[in-house]
Ligand binder design. Structure first.
Ligand code: HEM
Length: 327
């Protein structure tokens, strides 16, 4: 790719940016393992682009402080709870929560996590900010498109029930076999990327892209939404046709610049495998045990697929759907 991710200029590294720490400090054992928790230091980063908006940086500071304190509290609460448990998982949870993995500085065969408190907060923030709304939006779009396209819903339901049969729990092995489900989610993601514009890049050298000269240092915005509906790239681009991805070599796991719902390159989405697994598990389980239907008197043509305009893309009107126990 011609356009690379912006780096901080050497003299402008925010002070709380972990990699800016001397190597020794970076590798020091986590303070969290000490009995007394370290205090939280907030060092919000000012955004130069906001300096023209009166009060914006002040609001940013307040938001950063509030978030920092919320995340710090979440870590403290969980640590207190873990210490009060005699054995792990005594609180009835089957799988180990991410927060415990971070707090307990888990050691496994091939990975040793040495995380300080700020890094743990950043990881939790990543999960919540980057991972929740986006996943929920793509799930909502996938279900909305299924309701607006009953022939696709019928085909998918049949395929899922044929593969899963009467099993109570759907495993990844079954999920891997339901090729049409992956095609449905990929098609929903092409038409309705939850983040229509990718993270900003800055060119690191003069480049020419398809006849356009782009000077070094140009801020580049990539419109994933428009690329996903480009008629030069896609046949009948505005139609929901999961079949286009059946047996196709294009998939999110293979990095194709036609399909940028999860971005690309080194700053591409690090949670895409997780997000796709969550969405596929949800839909497979739902359609296995329930019939997905529209409320009485509502037809497929009434499903409103209008998108919100902005940095995130969700249905403008929340989806109303019903599930009934499988007939
Ligand atoms: C359907 C769900 C999701 C969508 C559509 C999505 C989309 C994106 C997009 C478009 C980017 C910017 C990529 C680029 O500019 O090249 C991104 C970045 C990111 N995503 Fe996701 N994401 C999803 C779910 C998740 C989840 C579940 C997590 C975490 C568990 C996550 C963590 C991140 C992180 C940490 C980044 C920043 C990566 C970096 O800058 O190095 N995302 N995501």
């Amino acid at each position: 790719m011609f356009v690379k991710q912006m780096n901080f200029p050497a003299n402008h590294v925010p002070k709380n940016y972990r990699n800016a720490l001397p190597v020794q400090e970076r590798n020091a054992p986590s303070k969290l393992m000490q009995p007394k928790l370290c205090s939280v230091t907030v060092n919000p980063t000012r955004m130069p682009t906001l300096r023209f908006h009166v009060g914006a940086n002040r609001k940013l500071d307040a938001t950063v402080k509030a978030l920092d304190s919320f995340l710090g509290q979440a870590l403290d609460d969980r640590l207190a709870k873990i210490s009060s448990l005699e054995t792990k998982h005594e609180d009835g949870e089957g799988a180990e929560p991410l927060i415990d993995v971070l707090l307990l500085n888990k050691k496994s065969d091939d990975i040793r996590l040495t995380l300080d408190r700020d890094t743990m907060k950043a990881l939790l923030l990543d999960m919540y900010v980057a991972g929740t709304q986006t996943t929920a939006a793509l799930l909502e779009w996938s279900v909305a498109e299924l309701l607006a396209n009953p022939h696709v819903l019928k085909k998918l339901t049949t395929e899922i029930r044929t593969i899963v049969k009467d099993k109570q729990v759907i495993t990844n092995d079954e999920l891997d076999q339901i090729e049409y489900l992956k095609a449905v989610v990929t098609e929903a993601a092409r038409l309705h990327p939850p983040g229509p514009v990718l993270s900003t890049r800055i060119t690191t050298e003069d480049v020419n892209v398809m006849g356009y000269d782009i000077a070094k240092g140009t801020r580049v915005y990539i419109n994933a939404w428009a690329i996903g509906r480009d008629p030069k790239v896609w046949d009948r681009p505005n139609e929901f046709m999961p079949e286009r991805f059946m047996g196709d070599s294009i998939s999110f796991l293979k990095h194709d610049f036609k399909l940028l719902t999860f971005g690309a390159g080194r700053r591409g989405c690090s949670g895409k495998t997780f997000a796709l697994a969550v969405i596929e598990h949800f839909i497979a389980n739902m359609l296995c045990k329930f019939d997905l239907v529209l409320p009485d008197g509502v037809t497929k043509d009434d499903v409103d697929l209008t998108e919100t305009i902005g940095l995130s893309n969700r249905p403008k009107f929340p989806l109303l759907a019903l599930v009934k126990p499988r007939t």
